[in-house]
Design a protein around this ligand. Structure first.
Ligand SMILES: *Cc1c(COP(=O)(O)O)cnc(C)c1O
Length: 428
């Protein structure tokens, strides 16, 4: 699809939709009538296919009880591995390097408990000060569990401007005291995409293991984790992947680490042939499956089969291309329509450094978000001053993006946001 020159008109938006090869996927989703949903980077929307595969699992339970484990429509005993294989194409890994399991934070605990091996002078973990707080809490507790002090042993690479990280600054923190590095692929607030291959190469040159939190990139951006030689990664499946609220997450472990004993072992990490031998000595799977702990959350996994089938059909490269075009279009519209209202675009402008969302900063962001919601546009707010707007390639139209900006413009011109308190809700 060739890009045509930008124009702020409604006709231009409709024209883009007409030319959009991914446009038909929108019909596959349940989208609230008359609402522009731009929060798919927090909770992706339900598709008819995801609903169907969830219902299949419920029906298996209803019809066959325990036999659903081996004889269901998609036998539950192998679901985590099968989903891992589907997810592997999205992160550039071999099918057995990915497993659907746990949740983001739990998977980080699992991976840090495995790959954080403080030894001699190398006792510290390197993360960054803009990372998602849950990741920091997990790393702090992992350090504490080794009898060390997180104040001393967790190093946070600093941001120069509170928005972005410079890869050079992170690399400067890769000292011989660092045992493990954990970084996001895309920063959750500013949407900056880090240079994963470069950071991985620099870490390895210094003999340091490195893993990535892919919550804000998996499903929006292609990855080449195996080619880049990333040691491990973990992410949730309820944001860009539309697996549903609290959906089971996933993790990637580079096959060069297969055979390591997972830090947190449990019977579902067993070699599947041996699991039901019920031996007291653990025989871990020789795949990423070893990092599972207990019985998989089947009903929280089932929607992913339907949800992921659309990624397979659409192709992640096409999804990325449309996502970049939509965020660029959104920024063009914001520049054109809202230049005089005190907004700052707080995400990288360059394609190569931009994730899937636009990060719009404004001192009144909290109440502008409330006004947007009441006017039928769903963004999200991240304290202290960020409105995140995520057009999602599989279900957001160009006309949605256009309409969201028109509504925002009206809110700013009529100052309707002033009717709201500038304070976030319990769930922002
Ligand atoms: C959404 C998100 C999480 C959430 O973790 P859960 O364990 O799924 O609640 C963690 N890290 C990042 C970067 C996120 O964006």
């Amino acid at each position: 699809m060739k890009e045509s020159a930008f124009s702020p008109t409604e006709e231009f938006a409709l024209e883009q939709d007409n030319r959009d090869a991914l446009g038909p996927f929108r019909e596959e989703y349940y989208l609230p009538q008359g609402i522009v949903y731009l929060d798919g980077n927090s909770l992706g929307m339900l598709s008819k296919r995801a609903e169907r595969t969830l219902m299949d699992s419920l029906n298996d339970w209803k019809r066959m009880g325990i036999d659903g484990w081996t004889q269901g429509e998609r036998p539950w005993f192998y679901q985590a591995e099968r989903l891992g294989a589907c997810l592997a194409t999205l992160v550039g890994a071999d099918p057995d390097e990915v497993i659907a399991s746990g949740s983001t934070t739990v998977n980080l605990h699992q991976l840090a408990s495995t790959f954080y091996q403080p030894e001699g002078k190398r006792t510290k973990i390197l993360a960054d000060e803009l990372t998602f707080p849950s990741d920091i809490y997990a790393l702090q507790s992992q350090i504490r569990l080794r009898g060390l002090d997180p104040h001393e042993h967790l190093v946070l690479a600093a941001s120069r401007d509170g928005r972005f990280l410079e890869e050079d600054d992170i690399i400067a923190c890769m000292t011989e005291e660092i045992a493990l590095i954990v970084l996001p692929t895309v920063l959750y607030r500013s949407g900056q995409l880090l240079d994963i291959p470069r950071l991985t190469e620099e870490a390895h040159k210094r003999g340091i293991m490195i893993g990535f939190d892919g919550c804000h990139s998996v499903g929006a951006i292609p990855h080449r984790f195996s080619e880049w030689d990333v040691d491990f990664a973990y992410w949730c499946n309820y944001k860009y992947l539309n697996g549903g609220p609290g959906s089971v997450g996933a993790l990637y472990v580079n096959r060069k680490h297969f055979g390591r004993l997972p830090g947190l072992a449990g019977w579902f990490g067993s070699d599947k042939e041996k699991q039901f031998d019920m031996e007291l000595s653990f025989s871990p799977a020789q795949t990423a499956g070893a990092y599972q702990i207990g019985t998989p959350h089947i009903l929280s996994m089932a929607p992913l089969f339907g949800a992921l089938s659309m990624f397979e059909e659409a192709g992640i490269d096409q999804i990325r291309q449309k996502s970049l075009q939509q965020t660029a279009y959104l920024m063009d519209l914001l520049d054109e329509e809202l230049a005089d209202h005190g907004f700052v675009i707080g995400n990288p402008r360059e394609d190569a450094r931009r994730g899937g969302h636009v990060s719009l900063e404004h001192p009144e962001a909290a109440r502008i978000c409330k006004a947007l919601k009441d006017s039928g546009v769903i963004p999200d707010f991240r304290a202290p001053n960020v409105i995140r707007l995520a057009p999602v390639a599989l279900y957001t139209s160009y006309h949605d993006v256009w309409r969201a900006v028109q509504i925002l413009k009206r809110i700013m011109e009529e100052q309707t946001y002033e009717r709201y308190e500038n304070k976030r809700g319990v769930v922002a």
